[in-house]
Design a protein around this ligand. Structure first.
Ligand SMILES: [Zn+2]
Length: 310
């Protein structure tokens, strides 16, 4: 029994002792756990610091306000500012140029400059071929091929009053229907030339006295014949400036072809506003001749004005 008690005691002691050891072990274990926890916390903190540092390192440049990056940003800002200024200046210049263009366009309208294709008219005279370029011109007085055998015109310039030239264009349109064309031997004649002609032929039947003046000097008379499609002159009573009686409309012994052609030309001229004369079959006055005064325009003057357009 004792033994049992001892045993019991012993066992109790043992138990106590064991308990004490257990407690000691617990304390020991607790001490170990505490260290482990500290170690764990320190490790965690280190990891966090490392990770946080890494994050800061990665993001750093973007949020950085380091010296270099700051000056770069300032530089970019300055460049942007300069570009904005340039844009502002260009927009201002653009507005100024638009205003200048508008002002110049207004000025151009006011200047009333003649159109390039506008008919040139000087002292009511026009170039016949400016009115109708299909009319042929063969001014005998611009060559030596005339009865004076002198070149009397300084230019081969076929001029007429504007309305006279327009009437002639109407004749041209009409005869063209039959395959013919007008050919002009003489049109406007400056007064200076009239004086030279008078010196050679002082006969008022054929040449007007310059003191009185010819209808050619008015730019309202034309010496004209007809040509066929090949440009060959049609058979007429005579050639140009034939001072024989055959040139007269009263001449009765004409070949039929010549008479027919003369009448054909005359009818078309008369129906379009011209008046024939008795002494020369080729000469026609504008029917409104009374409206036109003698002109003092020289060929040189017309040419100068024509090419300078003023
Ligand atoms: Zn004439």
């Amino acid at each position: 029994m004792f033994g049992k008690d001892n045993n019991k005691e012993g066992s109790m002691h043992k138990r106590e002792s064991h308990r004490g050891e257990t407690q000691k072990a617990s304390i020991y274990t607790a001490g170990n756990n505490s260290k482990r926890n500290k170690f764990f916390i320190i490790t965690l903190v280190v990891i966090l610091v490392v990770v946080w540092g890494g994050v800061i390192y990665d993001l750093g440049p973007n949020f950085s306000t380091s010296g270099n990056d700051s000056s770069k940003a300032v530089q970019i800002a300055k460049e942007n500012e300069k570009m904005r200024e340039k844009i502002d200046n260009l927009q201002t210049r653009n507005r100024e140029l638009k205003d200048e263009i508008t002002a110049l366009e207004e000025k151009l309208k006011d200047a009333n400059l003649p159109d390039e294709d506008e008919l040139f008219v000087f002292n009511d005279l026009v170039k016949v071929r400016d009115i109708d370029p299909t009319i042929l011109v063969d001014l005998c007085y611009a060559t030596k091929n005339n009865f004076t055998e002198q070149k009397l015109y300084s230019f081969e310039l076929c001029l007429l009053r504007k309305s006279t030239a327009e009437k002639l264009a109407a004749v041209q349109a009409e005869v063209k229907e039959d395959g013919y064309r007008l050919k002009i031997w003489d049109a406007y004649r400056p007064l200076g030339v009239q004086e030279k002609l008078w010196e050679v032929v002082s006969d008022p039947i054929y040449v007007a006295d310059p003191a009185v003046g010819s209808n050619h000097n008015r730019g309202a008379a034309v010496d004209v014949t007809l040509v066929d499609e090949k440009g060959e002159e049609l058979i007429m009573p005579t050639g140009f400036d034939d001072f024989s009686e055959r040139a007269s409309r009263n001449y009765s012994d004409l070949p039929q072809e010549a008479e027919k052609n003369m009448n054909y030309l005359t009818e078309s001229m008369v129906s379009n506003g011209f008046t024939p004369i008795q002494s020369e079959w080729w000469h026609f006055n504008d029917a409104d001749i009374q409206d036109y005064d003698l002109l003092e325009v020289s060929f040189e003057e017309f040419v100068e004005k024509y090419f300078t357009k003023n």
